[in-house]
Ligand binder design. Structure first.
Ligand SMILES: [Zn+2]
Length: 131
């Protein structure tokens, strides 16, 4: 982190902090205020990693016919957060999943199949049997 410049919080005049001591701050030459605003440049870029989720439902149906989830997810193989995108389209019997590396944009995992095929090897099978 680099300190670019220090200015007075009251009037915005640049303040020379080189004459500061441990016990006293140089007062603003224009208005005499002690308040300061420091401008720093941060070399590290911060990326907001938020998730979004969309569910589309018809009024008389319990289950959403479209589920679209996009969220950060922890990858154990990569030992870091990755971006996970998942779409369930019940109307068109489609299941889509994509896992992307945030830093490089590399697609770690991509999978598209019919929803019925996907559910046949998931926990949905157990549900069907116990019905
Ligand atoms: Zn000032």
């Amino acid at each position: 982190m680099n300190l670019d410049r220090t200015e007075c919080s009251e009037c915005g005049v640049e303040i020379d902090t080189s004459k500061d001591t441990e016990t006293s701050r140089t007062l603003c030459p224009a208005c005499g205020s002690e308040k300061r605003t420091m401008h720093c440049s941060v070399s590290e870029t911060l990326i907001a990693r938020d998730g979004i989720g969309v569910k589309a439902k018809r009024p008389n149906e319990k289950r959403p016919y479209i589920e679209d989830r996009s969220m950060p997810s922890y990858s154990y193989s990569r030992e870091k957060l990755v971006h996970r995108e998942m779409v369930i389209d019940r109307d068109n019997d489609k299941y889509y999943e994509k896992v992307t590396d945030y830093e490089t944009g590399e697609i770690i995992h991509e999978n598209q199949e019919s929803l019925s095929a996907h559910q046949n090897h998931g926990s949905a099978k157990i549900k069907k049997v116990s019905k």
